[in-house]
Write a new protein. Structure first.
Length: 301
């Protein structure tokens, strides 16, 4: 398999832009209260600097384009995840959260040892968790995992991880000691061709059974079996079987660091029709589970 997330070696090469006409799914109706739990807003210099050690250079993904994507795809709520190219400068994400506090939540990337006032301001803006990203430059590393766990416990946050599930057998003992809930991005960013039986994916399944959360997202990063990304289906089904009450869905808009075919969010949503054929499970994934994790209010109907 060719990993479409691996692009040019020159990190200054501009990523492709997302599909300019996102649409909803064609295979099921999006329920009221649905949450897209993974997307990014991105600004460009000079107002929004990019970190020099970034792994890619994205085009702008402004808040208005993000909100238009949510509207076009039928999402009631959204969760913004701090993008790696902005490092620990969460200003654009926080600005977006503050402009729409009922609809949005955030996952920030922060340095340790900052004043309490900075962390409190993030929580007041709607930040629900912190992200540890070991795959792209600009993230924070696993070295201070225990300290981040303690910080999250203090502020009532969860931890979110962008990692390669093949590394989980070595990391699992540290994860088991975390004092807060944690979420694994993109089904462990695991190459689908390796198969469900791989020790790393089996470790992920065990962690999910034991209480971890996982995002059913990024199928286009796991497999190049386009257009249906069929190789990712066994992974998603296995995770749903392990813990249907701790799986959530995310668009991963605007699909940064992807030099393969650019997906439409509606097509990614349609994958849920294969991963979770019954409406009740899809409702859990899209509505009930993320409402519990991020604190969104229920929506009538």
């Amino acid at each position: 398999m060719t990993d479409p997330s691996v692009g040019p070696r020159d990190a200054s090469a501009l990523c492709p832009a997302p599909d300019p006409k996102p649409h909803g799914p064609s295979r099921f109706a999006v329920p009221a209260g649905a949450v897209d739990t993974h997307a990014h807003v991105i600004g460009l210099p000079p107002d929004w600097p990019l970190v020099p050690n970034r792994s890619y250079t994205p085009p702008a993904a402004p808040p208005e384009a993000y909100l238009a994507m949510l509207d076009a795809t039928g999402m009631t709520y959204g969760v913004l995840v701090q993008v790696s190219v902005h490092g620990t400068d969460n200003r654009l994400m926080v600005q977006t959260l503050r402009a729409d506090p009922q609809r949005l939540r955030g996952v920030a990337v922060v340095a340790l040892g900052r004043p309490d006032s900075e962390y409190r301001a993030l929580k007041e803006a709607g930040v629900a968790g912190l992200r540890v990203n070991v795959l792209f430059g600009g993230g924070v590393s696993m070295d201070d995992l225990e300290s981040y766990g303690a910080l999250c416990r203090e502020y009532g946050w969860h931890l979110q991880f962008l990692l390669d599930a093949r590394e989980l057998p070595q990391l699992a003992p540290r994860f088991a000691r975390l004092p807060v809930p944690f979420v694994v991005d993109h089904m462990g960013h695991f190459p689908a061709a390796e198969g469900v039986g791989h020790p790393g994916f089996q470790t992920l399944l065990g962690m999910v059974r034991d209480g971890a959360w996982v995002k059913l997202s990024g199928a286009y990063r796991l497999s190049d079996a386009a257009p249906a990304y069929a190789e990712a289906t066994p992974l998603a089904r296995a995770l749903l079987a392990a813990a249907p009450d701790r799986c959530v869905w995310g668009s991963d808009w605007p699909h940064v660091a992807n030099w393969g075919a650019m997906p439409n969010v509606g097509d990614l949503l349609d994958l849920l029709a294969d991963w979770a054929p019954d409406e009740a499970t899809r409702h859990r994934v899209l509505v009930e589970n993320p409402a519990r994790l991020y604190g969104f209010p229920p929506v009538a109907g």
